[in-house]
Every structure is written in C-alpha cells, then in structure tokens.
Design a protein around this ligand. Sequence first.
Ligand code: UT7
Length: 402
Amino acid sequence: MTDGTTRPVHVTGWGRYAPASVLTNADLERMVDTSDEWIRTRTGIRERRVAAAHETTASMGAVAGLRAIRTAGIEPDDIDLILLATLTPDYWMPSTAALVKEAIGNTRAPAMDVAAACSGFVYAYASAHAYIASGMAKHALVIGAELLTRFLDYTDRNTCILFGDGAGAVVLSAGDGPGGGLGFEMTTEPQGAYMIWLPAGGAKAPPSAETIARGEHYIRMEGKETYRFATRTLASTALTSIDRAGLRPDDIDLFIPHQANIRIIDAVAKGLDLPMERMYVNVDRYGNTSAASVPIALAEAVNEGRVKVGDHVCLVAFGAGFTSGAVTLQWTADPARGIAGDAAVRPEDVQVRLPVDWDSVDPIPAALAEVLARPVAPGVEVPLDDVAPGEPEHAHPEPVGR
Ligand code: UT7
C-alpha cells in the first residue's frame, strides 16, 4: 500500500441512516434461548435496528449517501464515483450502487459495489482515496449499507443476537490543503474464509429447495475463531496505518473501530495501550451492522462533537475473508455541518425505483415479524430522522437511547 500522498483527499461530507424499528435483547429472549444479561456482558449490545419491509440496502444507502452529499454542500451530480460496500446487496445484479446512483439523482458517476464484508467500507474508502489522489475522480461517494436481519437464522443464538441494519456514508473530495487520508492498510487472510460465510446462493451452491431446507441461505459463524482473529489483527492493522501516516497511537484523538463486540474494542484499546475514551462505541445501540458500522459510527462521533478540525482519526475494521483494514486521517471539515446535512434529507423523499412486472415476496423473516408486531408503548420518541417512510413514528416500546 502507498501512503496516499499524491494529492490531498478530505472527508467533506458524512451522513447516516438507521431504520426506526428497534429489536431489543428482551425481544430476542422471546425467540431463542438467550438472555439480556448474556448478550450485554458478552457483546455490549442492548438493541439493534431492523429495516421495514419496504426498505432495502439501496434505500438506506441512498438516504445516508444523500445526507453526506448535503453535508458536503455539493450537488448529487458533482459526484464522479460511487462505491457501496455491502455483503447484503439488494440483488446479485445490478449492483446496489447502481440503484443508489439513480435514487440520489446522479447521472455522471460510475457506480459499483465493494465486497469485503465488515471491512468493506474501509476498503471502499481506501479505493476512493486512490481514485481521487490519482486524479481519476474529484468527489467520491463512499457508502456502507447492510440489511443483515434478512440473512439471519432466528433459531441460531450464536448469530441472530449480533447483527442489525443501517447505512453510513462519506463524501471524499480532492483538496489543496494538508490533512485528509494519511495512512492506509488492508489485509486479507483466506485461511479464515469459512469462519463467517453464507453457504448458498452463489455459483458453488445455487439456491434450491434443498439449500433452503438446510438453512444454507443464512449467515454462519465460528464466533470464537472470529473473535481471536479480530483481537489479533485490529490493533496491528491500525498500527500499520498510523505508522504510514507518520504518527504514533497516542497521536490519534479518536478511533472508530468496527462495532462488533465491546470486548473486541476493549482489546484493541489495550493492544494500543490507550484508554477506552479514545474508542468510539455505539455497538450498544446498533449491534454489528457490518460494512455500515464504521461510517455510522464516524457520522455519529462527528455530530456528537467527538471530532474537531485538526484531530487525527483512525478507522479500523475486520470481517469475513478474513479481511481487515484501517485508514488514518486528519479531520478538516466543519463538524457542525453534519446535523444540517442529516436534517436536509427525509427518508420518504428518496425513492429506489422498483422493477416492473415483478412482485417481491414479504422480505421479513416470519419469526422476526411476529416479535416486531408487539404493541406500542405510549410516550416513546423515535428521532424524526430515523422514521422510515410509510412507518408509524412510534414503532417500538423501549427508548432508542440516543
Ligand atoms: O463482524 C464480524 C462478525 N463476527 C464477530 O465479530 C464475532 C466475534 N465473536 C464474538 O463476538 C464472540 O465469540 C461471541 C459474542 C459470538 C460469543 O462470545 P463467546 O464469549 O466467545 O462465547 P462462546 O461462543 O464461547 O459461548 C460461551 C457459552 C456457550 O455455552 P457453553 O458451551 O459454555 O455451555 C454457548 O453455547 O455461551 C453460549 N452461548 C449463548 N448463551 C446465551 C452462545 N450464544 C449464546 C447466546 N445466549 N446468544
């Protein structure tokens, strides 16, 4: 990897979208043999979001992407590259990025998906940086979007408690001043290929009644091996990117680690000999949103005032493959712009075009739909920007905890 210094590339926009519906640990207690206490102490997760039936990876990615464009203060057609990281695309083809391009009103950009599981956003960020640094693009939209709740086996307590839905995005832009992306690292270790995988649906095992009967269309995971990989790799991947930026770990004001498990984030802090205050954490509210986790966390950290102009930030992720990736950057954008950017885009104003002459089946797993159909408690406030188009505003009985 290069140090990426050909021409400066800055984050100029950021945005996020989280579906309104909340699945709590108490809900999961009704579905599998688990407990709120086990989930909280072993993972740090309290709740996760679930996309509504009419939402897709593209629709969530488009809202987050348009918010990032508004934050950057540019027009959709100023974007000349769209990269969308996901392991839950709407279709095998076309790319989800192509659907997002149309939904946000862009006519110029090449659009493609990036498949590197939970490291996907960091891989896409590094790729977009390279395009801009080399002069092939000026403004890139980089999105991480996932709809994992439709790929989970709600009888498998090892996986169904971990994951949630959402999307985050950044706009990367060519700039003249110093700062922006400074150091990059990406690794792939295929010996971990079958530690997190989704067996059926691809060329090796095309979808059939038999693959469905075997439950091979659901995510499978060897939790312990994945945990070992994460704790072994995250700190070293971050260190390499920090070193390439010419910095030391103590120079990093805030780490934005992949939000998979609070114990993994804690291990990274220990591995870098830094206090947990330097780690941004929101896994408690979203669970693991795979490629969406880092950009959602980045957008929230900036909007919460955790990142100031001049700060050094390290984004670091790991995931299936096994993959890992890190970007060390210096923040240069006015943090106050993000909240206005989010408010400028209402989810109901962003439409992903549907195919003609084709009806989708109900996409929500039956066990999940049953639990989410519980009665609404009075007085529950869902943040307006999280309200999904067509959904009631108060769709869950517990506070969102933002
Ligand atoms: O983005 C990458 C995606 N994947 C990950 O990041 C996963 C990384 N791995 C992990 O986060 C952890 O390994 C898990 C959270 C998945 C599991 O935690 P653990 O501390 O490694 O637990 P374990 O798998 O060793 O299981 C301990 C016990 C077992 O029972 P016995 O055999 O000791 O009687 C499990 O059967 O906990 C049991 N268990 C559960 N109990 C209640 C496993 N899942 C659950 C559950 N509720 N949901």
